[in-house]
Ligand binder design. Structure first.
Ligand code: GLU
Length: 368
């Protein structure tokens, strides 16, 4: 790795580092991270921070913690977010700015672009953007749910070249290091596949939401966008010192040599399909090829309620997921033309209104 090539990085810091005892914020571990941020900035590297910890930081303000329901968790986040931001702000002699987002914001292309523009404007003015999920307004349908995946989406939106995810262990191990003393640290993961996910197991943090699995998911999203990703131990200053001296202290997920185009990456990894178009099992997913445009003949079924411009999933009748795409038709019109027995009517309509999916708006899915 070569830190001198870094231009813009995203650092994700989890709840356990912010509020290790769930008794308000502590700067114990944040000092080392803040120092790293300052050193990066002094080297001309732009830094974006994704910080969890609002719930963990706010929980000590609530007396009755026997039954923490959703409303109480949201209230903890509302109160803790202030404390968390104040703690970060005190550690720097440059200004910080808070950006709270939900998945509902990120999957809406206009709001996504607006978030991107805000981050870039803050960086240009030497203000540290600090992002978190807006836990107080999310619902199950609207949330990302963990800040690991959020940090990868933000790294993509911010056009970062590097993502650093701070964990409570040194990196990805071949088995759970909390349970197996012989677990081996994996220094480099060139390709993320099912075997890598099987090493990640389930959630492991007692304080935050994510575990190793969400960190690997985040790495997968980031590398596909051409973002070099490091999973490091955020509890030790040695990790940050190693990064500064160009060494990998944990697990390095090198960025893809053929990153996806920005809007296709957004469609695949950030946007949610609003509906699906089920196509013939015989349909070949050479969707990227102009000669193989999807026509109404191939459509078996249209599910969900989507509008023109929404992201849809294209899948085969047998369940195989072929692609995510931007639909040029609403679900209503698409169902109508797919149901027509008179195929010449459908093709005439398509000739006037254009293709169902434009060739540059299709992201063929690697993992079906
Ligand atoms: N947004 C949550 C919080 O600030 C944390 C989510 C996570 O732990 O990944 O408490």
């Amino acid at each position: 790795m070569n830190i001198s090539s870094w231009k813009r990085i995203v650092i994700k810091v989890g709840s356990a580092l912010i509020a290790p005892k769930q008794n308000g914020c502590s700067s114990r571990y944040l000092l080392g991270i803040a120092q790293f941020i300052v050193r990066c900035k002094s080297m001309g590297i732009e830094v974006v921070l994704v910080s969890s910890g609002s719930v963990a930081a706010g929980s000590h303000l609530f007396d009755d913690k026997k039954e923490v329901n959703m409303a109480m968790k949201k209230a903890m986040a509302a109160a803790g977010q202030m404390e968390m931001m104040a703690t970060w702000d005190k550690l720097f002699d440059f200004p910080t700015a808070q950006i709270l987002v939900t998945h509902g914001d990120l999957r809406d292309r206009e709001r996504y672009v607006s978030i991107k523009e805000t981050i870039l404007a803050l960086l240009k003015n030497d203000i540290l953007p600090v992002l978190n999920e807006n836990d107080t307004v999310t619902t199950d349908k609207l949330k990302v749910g963990d800040n690991d995946n959020l940090s990868a989406m933000i790294a993509a939106a911010a056009d970062a070249d590097t993502l650093i995810i701070c964990s409570d262990v040194d990196g990805l191990y071949d088995s759970n290091p909390h349970e197996n003393p012989d677990a081996k640290l994996i220094a480099k993961v060139n390709h993320i596949d099912a075997s890598i996910f099987s090493m990640a197991g389930g959630a492991s943090s007692a304080v935050g939401t994510g575990g190793m699995k969400t960190k690997v998911q985040a790495a997968q999203k980031a590398v596909a966008h051409g973002i070099d990703t490091f999973l490091i131990n955020g509890f030790t200053e040695q990790s940050f010192n190693a990064l500064i001296s160009g060494k990998n202290p944990g697990t390095h997920f090198p960025s893809s040599q053929q990153p996806m185009k920005e809007h296709l990456h957004w469609m695949t990894h950030t946007s949610t399909a609003q509906g699906e178009v089920v196509v013939d099992n015989g349909f070949n997913a050479g969707l990227e090829d102009d000669s193989d445009q999807l026509t109404s003949d191939e459509i078996v079924e249209v599910n969900g309620d989507f509008s023109v411009g929404d992201t849809i999933l294209v899948r085969k009748d047998d369940g195989t997921r072929l692609a995510k795409a931007k639909s040029n038709y609403s679900s209503c019109l698409l169902s109508f033309i797919a149901e027509q027995d008179d195929k010449s009517f459908a093709s005439k309509l398509q000739n006037t209104t254009g293709p169902i999916i434009s060739e540059n708006n299709i992201a063929v899915l690697e993992e079906k």
